[in-house]
Design a binder for this molecule. Structure first.
Ligand code: PLP
Length: 412
């Protein structure tokens, strides 16, 4: 008899039978308020009727048309629709199935386009589990332990995680940019550095928004040295942070956007977008994949984009995110063991600390388990799992946010 590999670590004991909106239901019909959304994937809520209808229709028409062999209508329509929401100039789009693959695609593109080998990533980064993406991942040790050294040419620069440095944000940004200049002068010379790869909000690394001044500092340095700025919007894209793209909280235009998760409401799809000029510097056929831009996943993505637009989900994410952040901060104010609450849009994290200020993953895990028992599903993040994160579907309403906060207050 086969069994589920223990490599799959269960965050909760819940056996999900059905999903609707922001709720999951177990076999016995018990409802759980799902503030995990499949790790930020089911952006329109579980089984949004328009996504269900679009994919049902597509399944009956064409399930798969391999995109290096034939084009199909959902693919072409999706490209057109993405053109309406991507930043100007990033109008050339490549598709894969997962965030990791899209990160790998960007890594290849950056190396091909610049002829340079190195990339600079930032402390606390998570870019995926495939070998290239894992070598660009620095959050905690579990993603690399036992495998490193994986790939040379990856230099890790400081991320301005002001709370952990014990500094104000401006000081943390000054420090991180100065260190980056040092790295470019001594460790990863610009002539060898293809790209900076950055998450607009550290995801697995603990829900730490990249300060605006930091992203702008990266852009300046990228321009000065001919280095590409790749933003990993796998978790922050499609309205998650209260703007369409997480990097839009700063005045920058990236060279490459990598995205996945919220793009297709749960169907496996990821994308990389860049200018046509940049894409043309890589050779055709150097990227591909059997399942990329699957027709059903593309149909789900088109319906997802429709729902995001028609239900004003980007705005809802900003408004509900602010309510959630404020509520979580109110709760933390009564508990010395929550050292920091931070976030952007519907990405909100509460960091648990020991009395000496060090991370306290055990407390975070206990609070998460209590919440599960009370019908609220949450996730952990941060290097040691010391941050409890809330990442509900973008359709969440005020009543559901308040219900989650009430359970959270009890669980804490
Ligand atoms: N990049 C970021 C910022 C992520 O949060 C993730 C997944 O959590 C990935 C990349 C990897 O995506 P996937 O798990 O779809 O391979």
């Amino acid at each position: 008899m086969a069994h589920l590999s223990p490599l799959i670590r269960q965050a909760t004991p819940v056996l999900a039978a059905r999903g609707e909106g922001v709720y999951l239901y177990d076999e016995g019909g018990r409802a759980y308020l799902d503030f995990t959304a499949g790790i930020g994937v089911t952006s329109t809520g579980h089984c949004h009727p328009r996504v269900v209808e679009a994919t049902r229709r597509q399944v009956a028409t064409l399930i798969h048309g391999q995109f290096t062999t034939v084009k199909h209508k959902p693919l072409l329509t999706l490209v057109e629709r993405l053109g309406e929401v991507l930043p100007p100039g990033l109008d050339s789009v490549f598709f894969a199935n997962s965030g990791s693959e899209a990160v790998e695609a960007a890594l290849r593109l950056a190396r091909q386009a610049t002829g340079r080998t190195n990339v600079v990533v930032f402390h606390g980064s998570f870019h995926g589990r495939t070998i290239g993406a894992a070598s660009m991942t620095t959050s905690g040790t579990k993603f690399r332990a036992g495998f490193a050294p994986i790939m040379g040419g990856v230099t890790v620069a400081p991320f301005p995680y002001a709370y952990r440095y014990g500094w104000d944000e401006a000081t943390a940004v000054r420090f991180a940019l100065r260190e980056l200049d040092y790295i470019l002068a001594t460790i990863s010379a610009p002539r060898e550095t293809a790209a900076f790869v950055i998450e607009p909000v550290l995801g697995e690394g603990g829900y730490v928004p990249a300060p605006k001044a930091f992203l702008e500092g990266l852009r300046e340095r990228a321009d000065a040295h001919g280095i590409l700025l790749v933003v990993d919007e796998v978790q922050t894209g499609f309205g998650r942070t209260g703007k369409y793209w997480g990097h839009q909280h700063a005045a920058i235009r990236p060279d490459v956007i990598v995205t996945a998760k919220g793009i297709a409401s749960g169907f496996p799809l990821s994308a990389m977008a860049a200018s046509a000029e940049l894409m043309s510097k890589a050779w055709p056929g150097s990227q591909g994949g059997t399942y990329g831009a699957n027709a059903v996943a593309c149909a789900a993505a088109i319906a997802t984009l429709d729902v995001i637009r028609d239900e004003n989900l980007v705005e809802n994410s900003a408004v509900m995110g602010a309510r959630l952040l404020e509520g979580a901060r109110r709760i933390a104010a009564k508990h010395a063991r929550i050292g920091d609450v931070r976030g952007l849009g519907l990405m909100v994290g509460s960091e648990f600390v020991l009395p000496d200020g060090n991370p306290d993953p055990a407390a975070a895990q206990r609070a998460q388990s209590f919440a599960t028992e009370r019908g609220l599903l949450l996730l952990l993040c941060g290097a040691w799992g010391q941050v409890v994160r809330m990442i509900p579907a973008l359709v969440v309403d005020a009543k559901q946010v308040d219900e989650a906060l009430a359970i959270w207050a009890e669980s804490v």
